[in-house]
Design a binder for this molecule. Structure first.
Ligand SMILES: *[C@@H]1O[C@H](CO)[C@@H](O)[C@H](O)[C@H]1NC(C)=O
Ligand SMILES: *[C@@H]1O[C@H](CO)[C@@H](O)[C@H](O)[C@H]1NC(C)=O
Ligand SMILES: *[C@@H]1O[C@H](CO)[C@@H](O)[C@H](O)[C@H]1NC(C)=O
Length: 570
């Protein structure tokens, strides 16, 4: 009885109460709106409101960077792998394991110095013939000229013959005592030069490993939320510390996690877009910074002690020397000769040198290209090379897509779409933010369908498990596609080395890309897909490394792909 009276009494005030609440709410919204218009550097109030960490480097400068990525809540995100998947993951991680240094971090003077190090060509009694193996010995030394006694330096090796247009990668074996063997397979005859490059010292690799474990959020993301006139921007990532409410955008099919902080006033389904937020700064101590110096210890060549070249003789009639038991025999994916890539396995390669040849091959085909900007290069190359292909302006943002190009005379359709988060493109509309695996499920496939996938660069800041999970989802979708349409040509591209400086090294080092390359090759090995080994095609080439390999290399990739789409008839 008492309660009922109180209710009735209070109800008199309801309209006033509602009015108060509403005006308060409006005031709050107006303030947030105007705050958002201000320059991000001057607005600490808005960020304060957000209370999130990786907003702006200017905010972080005052404090040493603290990682918000904690395995205790990041490790358990997403679908749990099955026992087979977990076993594969362990195997893959083991296969790319990198040696630990024996002790605590050492000063620059004791770290590996390519200028003091040297390589020597191991002579053999019978010289070298095509098809033989060349062994090169590398001794690493520190800045004081003392030999190193542990391994872990990241070296790249190349054998090349400039006047023959020849190039091939070498396989580096780490003896874990400061010396390395490099094995080259000799595909052509003539003079061939050895180049050994130290990409990073073992000491620098340890720093990169630490960054990958402790700061996977060193590149961060953001999303805009909007409803009518109101908008808010929040931080997003694969994993966020849960000190605020989260929006959970975990992919329901693949179980791959993605989160944004929930906007204060708008709801999670009002997310309009996804974009790269920025880079965390001040990741290194001043001592660590010394390990990343251009022209000193980032991608510097190791000099030869003695001759740096050999003369390869024609294939010997005699039986090749019997390999010592336990000796590694290395066969690369391919090599350049006369500037043309030849693969060591698979179908014989054809050259698609004329627009007519490319048009004839692609006539009647639907080509779906998925992935990062290195996949987009294929779209751009074909779209501009084939005269009949006309790019449709579908009002897509530049460099982001999706893109469509059509040749209605020869019935060719070419499409490009970027991969899902953590894509680092400028701004991708939520409606266009799709996972490659989901897109593949939606394709019928068939003999007129060509699928090309390149997904790697935007995973370099994360633990390798994240990449394994992404590839597992894509591989599953590819295998189902090949079940329902076995004639579909599926092409998968690995990562490639790029130009590195002290800053880029921390986010996109070749060391990260090389590890992802190893994982991808192992996961797609033996499947009915065309593997484009962009790693070897870039390391073996004479042009400087570039995140987006130059047209000469893209042309060779297209030759590899089209040779599988349109194999030589005989
Ligand atoms: C390093 O290890 C290799 C392979 O076991 C060996 O041949 C070489 O002599 C060792 N070098 C030194 C300096 O101990
Ligand atoms: C996010 O959603 C996925 C699936 O919808 C669920 O499995 C997961 O537990 C959720 N994560 C959090 C932190 O809420
Ligand atoms: C294609 O071009 C290359 C280099 O220009 C040339 O060496 C090769 O013979 C050409 N191939 C064909 C099939 O025309």
């Amino acid at each position: 009885m008492v309660g009922e009276t109180m209710c009735r009494d209070l109800s008199k005030f309801t309209p006033i109460f509602l009015l108060l609440v509403l005006s308060g709410l409006l005031f709050l919204l107006r303030n947030i709106q105007s705050l958002e218009k201000l320059n991000s550097k001057t607005v600490s109030a808005f960020y304060h409101l957000q209370n999130t960490s990786p907003m702006d480097s200017t905010m972080r400068a005052a404090h040493p960077v603290r990682s918000d990525w904690d395995q205790s809540y990041c490790g358990s995100l997403g679908l749990r792998p099955s026992p087979e998947e977990a076993a594969e993951e362990r195997y893959l991680l083991e296969s790319i394991a990198w040696p630990q240094p024996p002790g605590p971090p050492i000063p620059l003077l004791k770290s590996s110095d390519p200028a003091h190090s040297f390589f020597t060509i191991r002579r053999t009694g019978r010289g070298w013939h095509v098809g033989d193996q060349l062994e090169v010995w590398v001794q690493m030394r520190d800045f004081e000229g003392q030999p190193k006694h542990h391994g872990g330096d990241f070296l790249l090796a190349r054998l090349h013959s400039p006047e023959l247009g020849g190039g091939v990668v070498g396989h580096v074996v780490d003896h874990q005592n400061g010396s390395y063997s490099v094995l080259f397979w000799l595909p052509w005859k003539g003079q061939a030069y050895v180049t050994i490059t130290m990409v990073h010292s073992s000491e620098a690799v340890q720093v990169l490993k630490r960054l990958r474990e402790e700061h996977p959020d060193r590149i961060y993301f953001k999303s805009l939320f909007r409803s009518g006139p109101f908008s808010e921007t929040t931080i997003c990532n694969l994993c966020l510390p849960p000190h605020q409410p989260l929006c959970n955008y975990t992919n329901p099919h693949t179980g791959e996690p993605w989160f944004c902080y929930k906007p204060k006033l708008l709801s999670c389904d009002m997310r309009v877009n996804h974009a790269k937020g920025g880079y965390q700064k001040n990741l290194l101590t001043s001592k660590e910074e010394l390990l990343f110096q251009s022209n000193v210890n980032i991608k510097v060549s190791v000099p030869a002690s003695g001759p740096d070249h050999i003369t390869v003789l024609p294939k010997s009639k005699a039986k090749p020397e019997k390999a010592k038991s336990g000796a590694v025999k290395f066969v690369p994916s391919g090599f350049y000769y006369n500037h043309m890539w030849q693969t060591t396995s698979g179908v014989p390669l054809r050259q698609f040198n004329t627009t007519r040849a490319v048009t004839r091959c692609l006539g009647g085909k639907f080509v779906h290209i998925f992935g990062d900007s290195t996949a987009r290069q294929w779209f751009e190359y074909l779209s501009s090379y084939v005269p009949g292909l006309k790019e449709f302006n579908v009002n897509s943002p530049k460099k982001v897509g999706p893109f469509l190009s059509v040749d209605s005379v020869h019935n060719i359709m070419l499409k490009y779409r970027c991969h899902g988060p953590p894509i680092r493109f400028s701004t991708v509309a939520t409606s266009q933010l799709r996972y490659v695996a989901d897109e593949l499920e939606a394709l019928a496939g068939g003999r007129d369908t060509v699928i090309m996938v390149s997904v790697w660069s935007h995973f370099s800041t994360f633990p390798v498990e994240v990449y394994i999970r992404r590839l597992r989802a894509i591989r599953g979708a590819i295998l189902r596609l090949l079940q329902r349409a076995p004639d579909t040509v599926v092409v998968v591209r690995t990562g490639n080395p790029q130009a590195l400086d002290p800053v880029i090294s921390l986010y996109n080092s070749d060391w990260f890309s090389m590890q992802l390359h190893g994982v991808l090759r192992a996961m797609f090995w033996g499947l009915n897909v065309v593997l484009v080994d962009a790693w070897e095609m870039t390391v073996a080439h004479h042009l400087p490394h570039d995140l987006h390999p130059p047209p000469a290399i893209i042309k060779n990739m297209i030759d590899v792909i089209l040779s599988h789409v349109c194999p030589e008839k005989n």
